[in-house]
Write a protein that binds this ligand. Structure first.
Ligand SMILES: *Cc1c(COP(=O)(O)O)cnc(C)c1O
Length: 357
Protein backbone atom coordinates (compact mmCIF):
# COMPACT_ATOMS: atom_id res chain seq x y z
CA UNK A 1 0.00 0.00 0.00
CA UNK A 2 1.35 3.41 -1.07
CA UNK A 3 0.25 6.76 0.35
CA UNK A 4 1.03 9.94 -1.58
CA UNK A 5 1.39 13.11 0.53
CA UNK A 6 2.20 15.36 -2.42
CA UNK A 7 1.17 19.03 -2.18
CA UNK A 8 -0.04 19.01 -5.77
CA UNK A 9 -0.72 17.41 -8.14
CA UNK A 10 -1.94 15.16 -5.40
CA UNK A 11 -3.70 11.98 -4.42
CA UNK A 12 -6.95 10.95 -6.14
CA UNK A 13 -9.64 8.79 -4.55
CA UNK A 14 -9.01 5.25 -5.79
CA UNK A 15 -12.68 4.89 -6.76
CA UNK A 16 -12.37 7.89 -9.08
CA UNK A 17 -9.31 6.46 -10.82
CA UNK A 18 -11.14 3.20 -11.35
CA UNK A 19 -14.15 5.01 -12.78
CA UNK A 20 -11.86 6.92 -15.16
CA UNK A 21 -10.23 3.64 -16.18
CA UNK A 22 -13.61 2.09 -16.85
CA UNK A 23 -14.74 5.10 -18.91
CA UNK A 24 -11.48 5.58 -20.78
CA UNK A 25 -12.31 3.75 -24.01
CA UNK A 26 -16.04 4.29 -24.04
CA UNK A 27 -17.85 6.89 -21.91
CA UNK A 28 -21.17 5.51 -20.70
CA UNK A 29 -21.63 3.35 -23.78
CA UNK A 30 -21.57 6.29 -26.20
CA UNK A 31 -18.73 4.77 -28.23
CA UNK A 32 -16.29 7.63 -27.59
CA UNK A 33 -13.61 8.31 -25.05
CA UNK A 34 -14.01 11.66 -23.26
CA UNK A 35 -10.54 12.39 -24.67
CA UNK A 36 -11.98 12.28 -28.19
CA UNK A 37 -15.15 14.28 -27.63
CA UNK A 38 -15.82 17.60 -29.29
CA UNK A 39 -16.59 20.18 -26.63
CA UNK A 40 -19.52 21.24 -28.81
CA UNK A 41 -20.55 17.72 -29.72
CA UNK A 42 -23.38 15.49 -28.58
CA UNK A 43 -21.95 14.19 -25.30
CA UNK A 44 -19.56 16.67 -23.73
CA UNK A 45 -22.15 19.37 -22.86
CA UNK A 46 -23.76 16.89 -20.45
CA UNK A 47 -20.42 16.49 -18.64
CA UNK A 48 -19.93 20.28 -18.54
CA UNK A 49 -23.42 20.99 -17.19
CA UNK A 50 -23.13 18.32 -14.51
CA UNK A 51 -19.73 19.70 -13.47
CA UNK A 52 -21.08 23.19 -12.90
CA UNK A 53 -24.27 22.08 -11.21
CA UNK A 54 -22.39 19.75 -8.84
CA UNK A 55 -19.94 22.49 -7.85
CA UNK A 56 -22.83 24.90 -7.32
CA UNK A 57 -24.61 22.46 -5.08
CA UNK A 58 -21.50 21.36 -3.12
CA UNK A 59 -20.55 24.97 -2.29
CA UNK A 60 -24.12 26.34 -2.28
CA UNK A 61 -23.07 29.01 -4.79
CA UNK A 62 -25.74 31.73 -5.03
CA UNK A 63 -27.32 32.49 -8.43
CA UNK A 64 -25.67 35.89 -8.69
CA UNK A 65 -22.26 34.25 -9.12
CA UNK A 66 -20.75 32.89 -12.31
CA UNK A 67 -18.61 29.78 -12.23
CA UNK A 68 -15.74 29.66 -14.72
CA UNK A 69 -13.40 26.79 -15.58
CA UNK A 70 -10.26 28.36 -17.02
CA UNK A 71 -6.65 27.46 -17.79
CA UNK A 72 -3.35 28.93 -16.65
CA UNK A 73 -3.50 27.81 -13.01
CA UNK A 74 -3.99 29.95 -9.94
CA UNK A 75 -0.75 31.68 -10.92
CA UNK A 76 -2.40 33.19 -14.01
CA UNK A 77 -5.13 34.56 -11.75
CA UNK A 78 -2.53 36.55 -9.82
CA UNK A 79 -2.34 38.77 -12.93
CA UNK A 80 -5.88 38.27 -14.24
CA UNK A 81 -7.68 39.40 -11.10
CA UNK A 82 -6.35 42.98 -11.29
CA UNK A 83 -6.83 42.96 -15.07
CA UNK A 84 -10.48 42.04 -14.61
CA UNK A 85 -11.81 43.61 -11.47
CA UNK A 86 -10.00 46.89 -10.77
CA UNK A 87 -13.11 48.65 -12.13
CA UNK A 88 -11.29 51.90 -12.88
CA UNK A 89 -9.62 51.96 -9.48
CA UNK A 90 -5.86 52.07 -9.06
CA UNK A 91 -5.34 50.31 -5.75
CA UNK A 92 -5.89 46.89 -4.21
CA UNK A 93 -5.33 45.54 -0.69
CA UNK A 94 -3.44 42.30 -0.07
CA UNK A 95 -2.81 40.28 3.09
CA UNK A 96 0.51 38.43 3.11
CA UNK A 97 0.50 35.22 5.11
CA UNK A 98 2.92 33.02 3.18
CA UNK A 99 4.62 32.19 -0.09
CA UNK A 100 1.47 32.16 -2.22
CA UNK A 101 0.04 35.48 -1.10
CA UNK A 102 3.54 36.90 -1.53
CA UNK A 103 3.47 35.80 -5.18
CA UNK A 104 -0.01 37.24 -5.64
CA UNK A 105 1.27 40.61 -4.38
CA UNK A 106 4.28 40.52 -6.66
CA UNK A 107 2.25 39.85 -9.79
CA UNK A 108 -0.52 42.34 -8.96
CA UNK A 109 2.09 45.10 -8.69
CA UNK A 110 2.35 45.14 -12.51
CA UNK A 111 -1.27 46.29 -12.72
CA UNK A 112 -2.05 48.42 -9.68
CA UNK A 113 -0.77 49.95 -6.47
CA UNK A 114 -0.71 47.18 -3.92
CA UNK A 115 -1.35 48.10 -0.32
CA UNK A 116 -0.07 45.29 1.90
CA UNK A 117 -2.77 45.52 4.56
CA UNK A 118 -1.08 43.05 6.86
CA UNK A 119 1.87 40.68 6.74
CA UNK A 120 3.18 37.91 8.94
CA UNK A 121 6.53 37.86 7.20
CA UNK A 122 8.19 38.99 10.47
CA UNK A 123 7.14 35.68 12.09
CA UNK A 124 8.40 33.68 9.09
CA UNK A 125 4.74 33.16 8.17
CA UNK A 126 3.85 31.08 11.19
CA UNK A 127 0.81 33.13 12.17
CA UNK A 128 -1.94 35.39 10.83
CA UNK A 129 -1.95 39.07 11.82
CA UNK A 130 -4.83 40.15 14.11
CA UNK A 131 -7.64 41.37 11.88
CA UNK A 132 -8.04 44.56 13.94
CA UNK A 133 -4.56 45.63 12.79
CA UNK A 134 -5.22 45.31 9.06
CA UNK A 135 -4.89 48.55 7.12
CA UNK A 136 -7.74 48.64 4.62
CA UNK A 137 -8.31 51.44 2.13
CA UNK A 138 -11.90 52.09 1.14
CA UNK A 139 -10.68 53.35 -2.26
CA UNK A 140 -9.19 49.93 -3.04
CA UNK A 141 -10.84 47.73 -5.66
CA UNK A 142 -10.75 44.60 -3.48
CA UNK A 143 -9.06 42.81 -0.58
CA UNK A 144 -7.10 39.68 -1.53
CA UNK A 145 -6.02 36.89 0.81
CA UNK A 146 -4.99 33.24 0.65
CA UNK A 147 -7.30 31.01 2.68
CA UNK A 148 -4.69 28.27 3.03
CA UNK A 149 -0.97 28.76 2.57
CA UNK A 150 0.08 25.46 1.01
CA UNK A 151 3.80 25.91 1.68
CA UNK A 152 3.74 27.41 5.17
CA UNK A 153 0.78 25.37 6.44
CA UNK A 154 -1.21 28.39 7.64
CA UNK A 155 -4.99 28.46 7.25
CA UNK A 156 -7.70 30.99 8.05
CA UNK A 157 -10.38 29.42 10.25
CA UNK A 158 -12.84 32.28 9.68
CA UNK A 159 -13.66 34.64 6.84
CA UNK A 160 -12.15 38.08 7.42
CA UNK A 161 -14.28 41.22 7.48
CA UNK A 162 -13.39 43.13 4.30
CA UNK A 163 -15.21 46.26 5.53
CA UNK A 164 -17.23 46.56 2.36
CA UNK A 165 -14.46 45.78 -0.13
CA UNK A 166 -15.04 42.83 -2.45
CA UNK A 167 -13.20 39.94 -0.81
CA UNK A 168 -11.00 37.91 -3.18
CA UNK A 169 -9.69 34.55 -2.03
CA UNK A 170 -7.12 32.12 -3.37
CA UNK A 171 -8.62 28.81 -2.20
CA UNK A 172 -6.38 26.56 -4.30
CA UNK A 173 -5.41 24.24 -1.49
CA UNK A 174 -8.48 24.15 0.73
CA UNK A 175 -11.49 24.56 -1.53
CA UNK A 176 -14.15 21.90 -0.79
CA UNK A 177 -12.35 20.90 2.42
CA UNK A 178 -14.57 22.98 4.72
CA UNK A 179 -17.92 24.69 4.42
CA UNK A 180 -17.79 28.32 3.35
CA UNK A 181 -20.35 31.05 2.83
CA UNK A 182 -19.72 32.02 -0.79
CA UNK A 183 -21.88 35.14 -0.43
CA UNK A 184 -19.11 36.70 1.71
CA UNK A 185 -16.82 36.80 -1.31
CA UNK A 186 -16.51 38.87 -4.46
CA UNK A 187 -14.32 36.27 -6.12
CA UNK A 188 -12.94 32.85 -5.24
CA UNK A 189 -10.34 31.07 -7.33
CA UNK A 190 -8.56 27.74 -7.13
CA UNK A 191 -6.36 25.55 -9.26
CA UNK A 192 -7.85 22.06 -9.26
CA UNK A 193 -4.70 19.99 -8.65
CA UNK A 194 -4.74 20.20 -4.85
CA UNK A 195 -8.18 19.30 -3.68
CA UNK A 196 -10.43 18.79 -6.69
CA UNK A 197 -8.74 16.94 -9.49
CA UNK A 198 -5.86 17.01 -11.95
CA UNK A 199 -3.73 20.02 -12.90
CA UNK A 200 -5.05 22.05 -15.80
CA UNK A 201 -8.31 23.64 -14.62
CA UNK A 202 -8.72 26.82 -12.63
CA UNK A 203 -12.08 27.45 -11.04
CA UNK A 204 -13.16 31.09 -10.73
CA UNK A 205 -16.36 31.91 -8.84
CA UNK A 206 -17.16 35.57 -9.38
CA UNK A 207 -20.02 37.81 -8.32
CA UNK A 208 -21.97 39.32 -11.22
CA UNK A 209 -21.38 42.95 -10.30
CA UNK A 210 -17.61 42.50 -10.73
CA UNK A 211 -17.95 41.39 -14.35
CA UNK A 212 -17.51 43.59 -17.39
CA UNK A 213 -14.48 45.61 -16.31
CA UNK A 214 -11.62 43.76 -18.04
CA UNK A 215 -8.89 46.06 -19.30
CA UNK A 216 -8.65 46.50 -23.07
CA UNK A 217 -5.41 44.54 -23.20
CA UNK A 218 -6.79 41.47 -21.40
CA UNK A 219 -6.79 38.48 -23.76
CA UNK A 220 -10.43 37.48 -24.46
CA UNK A 221 -9.87 33.95 -23.08
CA UNK A 222 -8.91 35.60 -19.79
CA UNK A 223 -11.79 38.09 -19.75
CA UNK A 224 -14.16 36.77 -17.07
CA UNK A 225 -17.25 38.25 -18.68
CA UNK A 226 -16.41 36.91 -22.14
CA UNK A 227 -15.81 33.46 -20.68
CA UNK A 228 -18.98 33.65 -18.57
CA UNK A 229 -21.05 34.46 -21.64
CA UNK A 230 -19.53 31.46 -23.39
CA UNK A 231 -19.80 28.99 -20.50
CA UNK A 232 -15.99 28.88 -20.32
CA UNK A 233 -15.91 27.66 -23.92
CA UNK A 234 -14.69 30.77 -25.68
CA UNK A 235 -11.95 28.44 -26.86
CA UNK A 236 -11.43 24.70 -26.43
CA UNK A 237 -11.59 23.89 -22.73
CA UNK A 238 -9.47 21.26 -20.98
CA UNK A 239 -12.21 18.73 -21.64
CA UNK A 240 -10.73 15.61 -20.05
CA UNK A 241 -9.70 17.55 -16.97
CA UNK A 242 -13.22 18.93 -16.60
CA UNK A 243 -14.49 15.37 -16.71
CA UNK A 244 -12.02 14.28 -14.00
CA UNK A 245 -12.96 17.22 -11.77
CA UNK A 246 -16.56 16.16 -12.32
CA UNK A 247 -15.78 12.65 -11.09
CA UNK A 248 -14.17 14.08 -7.94
CA UNK A 249 -17.24 16.23 -7.28
CA UNK A 250 -19.52 13.22 -7.69
CA UNK A 251 -17.33 11.24 -5.28
CA UNK A 252 -17.57 14.07 -2.75
CA UNK A 253 -21.35 14.33 -3.13
CA UNK A 254 -21.73 10.58 -2.58
CA UNK A 255 -19.63 10.89 0.55
CA UNK A 256 -22.04 13.41 2.02
CA UNK A 257 -20.63 16.66 0.64
CA UNK A 258 -18.38 19.32 2.10
CA UNK A 259 -19.73 19.19 5.67
CA UNK A 260 -19.05 15.45 5.81
CA UNK A 261 -15.51 15.69 4.44
CA UNK A 262 -14.81 18.63 6.78
CA UNK A 263 -15.45 16.34 9.77
CA UNK A 264 -12.97 13.83 8.38
CA UNK A 265 -10.43 16.58 7.68
CA UNK A 266 -10.72 17.83 11.26
CA UNK A 267 -10.17 14.31 12.58
CA UNK A 268 -7.24 13.53 10.27
CA UNK A 269 -5.37 16.78 10.93
CA UNK A 270 -6.01 16.75 14.70
CA UNK A 271 -4.52 13.28 14.89
CA UNK A 272 -1.38 14.26 13.01
CA UNK A 273 -0.81 17.50 14.95
CA UNK A 274 -1.29 15.62 18.19
CA UNK A 275 1.36 13.11 17.19
CA UNK A 276 3.74 15.94 16.29
CA UNK A 277 3.07 17.88 19.51
CA UNK A 278 3.55 14.79 21.67
CA UNK A 279 6.90 13.89 20.20
CA UNK A 280 10.27 15.37 21.04
CA UNK A 281 11.69 14.75 17.58
CA UNK A 282 9.07 16.52 15.44
CA UNK A 283 7.67 20.02 15.70
CA UNK A 284 5.33 22.31 13.80
CA UNK A 285 6.10 26.05 14.00
CA UNK A 286 2.63 27.41 13.17
CA UNK A 287 0.45 29.15 15.80
CA UNK A 288 -2.10 26.56 16.90
CA UNK A 289 -5.15 28.63 15.93
CA UNK A 290 -3.86 28.98 12.36
CA UNK A 291 -2.62 25.50 11.61
CA UNK A 292 -3.71 24.12 8.26
CA UNK A 293 -5.93 21.06 8.03
CA UNK A 294 -4.58 20.40 4.53
CA UNK A 295 -0.81 20.92 4.64
CA UNK A 296 1.09 19.94 7.75
CA UNK A 297 4.73 21.05 7.74
CA UNK A 298 7.02 19.66 10.43
CA UNK A 299 10.70 19.71 11.15
CA UNK A 300 12.95 17.17 12.81
CA UNK A 301 14.90 18.36 15.86
CA UNK A 302 18.00 16.91 14.19
CA UNK A 303 18.06 17.96 10.53
CA UNK A 304 20.83 15.51 9.75
CA UNK A 305 18.13 12.82 10.04
CA UNK A 306 16.00 14.39 7.26
CA UNK A 307 17.26 12.23 4.42
CA UNK A 308 17.07 9.05 6.42
CA UNK A 309 13.53 9.95 7.46
CA UNK A 310 12.50 10.41 3.84
CA UNK A 311 14.23 7.25 2.62
CA UNK A 312 12.77 5.16 5.32
CA UNK A 313 9.29 6.70 4.85
CA UNK A 314 9.42 5.68 1.19
CA UNK A 315 10.53 2.19 2.14
CA UNK A 316 7.32 2.11 4.20
CA UNK A 317 5.14 3.30 1.30
CA UNK A 318 4.89 6.94 2.41
CA UNK A 319 5.76 9.25 -0.49
CA UNK A 320 6.35 12.97 -1.17
CA UNK A 321 6.95 14.04 2.42
CA UNK A 322 9.82 16.42 1.64
CA UNK A 323 9.00 20.00 2.65
CA UNK A 324 8.98 22.80 0.11
CA UNK A 325 12.53 23.88 -0.73
CA UNK A 326 11.85 27.36 0.67
CA UNK A 327 11.05 26.13 4.19
CA UNK A 328 12.84 22.77 4.39
CA UNK A 329 11.88 19.96 6.74
CA UNK A 330 8.84 17.83 5.94
CA UNK A 331 5.31 18.47 4.78
CA UNK A 332 2.40 16.06 4.74
CA UNK A 333 -0.42 17.21 2.49
CA UNK A 334 -3.59 15.49 3.62
CA UNK A 335 -6.24 16.68 1.20
CA UNK A 336 -9.81 15.36 0.95
CA UNK A 337 -8.69 12.26 -0.95
CA UNK A 338 -6.13 11.16 1.66
CA UNK A 339 -7.79 8.39 3.65
CA UNK A 340 -7.53 8.40 7.42
CA UNK A 341 -5.61 5.13 7.11
CA UNK A 342 -2.87 7.05 5.27
CA UNK A 343 -2.56 9.56 8.09
CA UNK A 344 -2.49 6.72 10.62
CA UNK A 345 0.23 4.94 8.62
CA UNK A 346 2.28 8.14 8.68
CA UNK A 347 1.82 8.57 12.43
CA UNK A 348 2.77 4.95 13.10
CA UNK A 349 5.88 5.39 10.97
CA UNK A 350 6.84 8.65 12.70
CA UNK A 351 6.52 7.07 16.14
CA UNK A 352 8.60 4.09 15.10
CA UNK A 353 11.25 6.33 13.49
CA UNK A 354 11.49 8.41 16.66
CA UNK A 355 11.77 5.30 18.82
CA UNK A 356 14.68 3.98 16.78
CA UNK A 357 16.52 7.32 16.54
C1 LIG B 1 -0.50 25.60 -5.89
C2 LIG B 1 -0.98 26.95 -5.53
C3 LIG B 1 -0.94 28.02 -6.43
C4 LIG B 1 -0.34 27.90 -7.81
O1 LIG B 1 -1.03 27.04 -8.60
P1 LIG B 1 -0.57 26.81 -10.13
O2 LIG B 1 -1.65 25.94 -10.66
O3 LIG B 1 0.76 26.15 -10.10
O4 LIG B 1 -0.54 28.13 -10.79
C5 LIG B 1 -1.44 29.25 -6.02
N1 LIG B 1 -1.95 29.41 -4.79
C6 LIG B 1 -2.00 28.40 -3.89
C7 LIG B 1 -2.59 28.65 -2.54
C8 LIG B 1 -1.52 27.14 -4.23
O5 LIG B 1 -1.57 26.13 -3.35
Amino acid sequence: MIYNFSAGPSVFPKAVLMQAQQDLLDWQGCGQSVLEMSHRGKFFPTIAEQLESDLRSLLAIPDNYKVLFLQGGASAQFSLIPQNILRGKTKACYVKTGAWSEKAVLDARSYCDVLVSASSENTAYTTIPEESTWALDEQAAYLHYTTNETIHGVEFSTIPDAKGLPLVADMSSNILSRTIDVSQFGLIYAGTQKNMGPAGVTVVIVRDDLLGYASKTTPPVFDYQAQAKNHSMLNTPATYNWYLVGLILKWLKDLGGVAAIEKMNIAKSAKLYQAIDQSSLYSNPVAIAHRSRMNVPFILADATLDQEFLNSAEANGLFELKGHRSVGGMRASIYNAMPEAGVQALIDFMIEFERTH
